[in-house]
Each structure stands twice: as structure tokens, then as C-alpha cells.
Design a protein around this ligand. Sequence first.
Ligand code: ATP
Ligand code: MG
Length: 370
Amino acid sequence: MILAVTPNPALDVTYHLAEVVWDGSNRVGRVAARAGGKGVNVARVLAALGQPAAVLGPLGGRTGDTVREDLAAAGLRDATFAVCGETRRTVTVVDKASGETTVFNEAGPELTGADWAHLLDAYDALLPGARAVALCGSLPPGFPVTAYAELVRRAREAGRPVLLDASGAAFREGLAAGPDLVKPNADELREATGEADPAQAVAALAARLQAAGGDAVVASLGAQGLLAATRAGWWRARLPYAIRGNPTGAGDAGVAALLAGPDSGRAWPDRLAEAVAWSASAVAAPEAGSVDRTTYVTARAHVIVGGVEPPCAAGGEGAPARSVPLPALAADARKGSGTPDAAPVPASPIAPTPPTPSTAKDRHAPHRHG
Ligand SMILES: Nc1ncnc2c1ncn2[C@@H]1O[C@H](COP(=O)(O)OP(=O)(O)OP(=O)(O)O)[C@@H](O)[C@H]1O
Ligand SMILES: [Mg+2]
């Protein structure tokens, strides 16, 4: 079992509209509502990959009940516990005409010291049966900012590999406890390091992580794929084309893929290629936490993975990291991808992610799932 800790779960509501009118009234074509929050998305994708997953987190009120029912319907092991506040909702608006996705995140209920103690007890009880741990998303109001640091320490003491995917102060504190793996996106990288250049930011973060006893920074750069700095070396993994769809939750699918698979002996290039292909399949699926297998199969055949040189130390002479050359994608290869809107991605893999017509999330960076 892989344990996905979601301290601030949500009911994710997705509105699919043909075209959004922001200053007028809109008719909503299709509404999807289901259990969400980053850890839930990760657990769903793990289940789709055939890996048993448990969700640990607080749930409250009627929204909490709906989330709990949906976890059971998704075949996830329910390790949630009851709290007094009402579980939050997130609303995602998908505008088919523009290809843009906008996310509204409620903060979540104010939780208590007793709720935090409850989570710690449940975590300790689950750790022995977990082969890996994912700590995902925002912390609810009322939890200590050091919450992830404490959970990382306990996983390490129990000898369980632990991945942290969070942002802001909770991420910085958690990083200092030395998780095995962190998966920041481009905004989180910048926020954590103050570095605009992704390669320099990854280098700075990897230095901090490894000094704390951790291993790998796997940075996701939207349609530009992944840049990984590990104790075993640096790699770049990406697709030669972008996929049009809903990129919310693509990072969560990547997190699931990084943790799935054999316990040991899997080389980084293979892990990264799997993460890029499953992330792409999540973009093609309409809701966060879902994957599209046809897109996965085509993407897996097209992922390009290569070793790269780390950049010179920040503040030094500053030679940029070497990029992996990208061959042009044959038109017929794209036709078979199940993604007719696929468009080539500019071939400067380590440059800051440019906005592409197909990745609205790049243009709406502040709207994150928590
Ligand atoms: N338009 C796209 N086409 C193909 N692959 C994509 C696209 N957008 C994202 N990806 C893949 O998904 C991965 C994760 O994307 P991104 O960096 O946006 O994650 P994120 O911001 O953490 O997502 P979230 O937190 O919503 O799950 C990328 O590294 C890339 O491999
Ligand atoms: Mg993310």
C-alpha cells in the first residue's frame, strides 16, 4: 500500500463550458463533482496503475460525507477521520473555446491541535504497512507550518520512502526535514528559491534537500516536462509535443507514477519517462485524478529522456545546463496520439516554460489545487 496524506482534502467541482463569458451569465454544460485534493488525485492514479493506495486526511460536514462516499466508490482505502468543520470545495472552470482552465480553491476549515494529534496517531499506525508515503497539497488552517517536516521525520524513522509535493512555508519546512523526493512545479521552484532560471532553481533546491539527507528534486515544468536532480545524476524527460486538455492534476499523476512500480532497482530514466507519460495522460483526461490510457501508450512511446549536466553553481560563471536535443515529431506519430490538438513544444527544454496555447495553467499559475 502507498499512503497518500491529504491534510486538506476537498470536493472538486469541475464546470465544463463550451465558452466562458466572464462578465455575463454562463450555462454550464457538464458538471463533475468528486473527491479531490492532491493526495486523493495521487491515490486515484495509483489505483489506476494497479497500486493499492490509502488516503489519510480529515473530513467534516456534508461535503466531507460526499468525499468519503466517493473515496469508497473509487476503490481507495479510506483512512480519513472526522473533524468538526465543513470540508472545502474547489471549483475548476474548463473553457473549451480558449483551452483555459481556472481553479478556485477554498481555504478549508480551521482545524484544532486535537485534529493534528489525530492525524499523527493515524499516520503512525499506517506507516508500518506502507511501502511509500506521499505528502501532498496545502495544510488546513490550524495545522502547524512544520506539519510536513514532522511527517517526513516519522516516515524516515520508520524507513519508508517519502515524497513531498507542497508549496510555500509548509514546503520549505518539510524540505528541511530531508524527504527522499520533492516534486515542485515551476512556480513552486521559483517561490522556494527566488531563482527565475529553472535549472539554477533545481540546483539550489537539490543542494538544500541533499544537505538535509534527501535525494531527488523532480521539477515539473508544464508542457516542458521534467527536470530531475538526484544523487545519481541529472536527467531531463519530456514529450516533443504538448497536449491540449485540463492540466490540473498532471503533476499529481506524475507523483503517482514516480512512486508506482517496483520497490527497488528501477532506474531514474525509466521512472521519469513513466511520470511524463502518465502526466500527459492526465492532461488528456477531463478531471484531475483521471488518466487516459490511450494517451499514455502513445506518450510512453514518444518520451525523450536524457542525462544533462548540472548548471554551474548559482552566482558562478553560469554556463546553462545542457539540454536534451529533441528530434522533430513525425506528423503521423502525432495523429496516433489520441490528442488531435497536440502541438510541438519549442525545443529549448530548460528555458523557463513559455505559455503555450495548450497549457492554460502556465498562464494561470496562481490558481492551484491545494
Ligand atoms: N500540455 C501538456 N502537454 C503534455 N504534457 C504536459 C502538459 N502539461 C503538463 N504536462 C506534463 O505534466 C507534468 C506536470 O505538469 P505541471 O508542471 O503543470 O504540474 P503541476 O503544476 O504540479 O500540476 P498539479 O499540481 O495541478 O497536479 C509536466 O512535467 C509534464 O510532463
Ligand atoms: Mg503540483
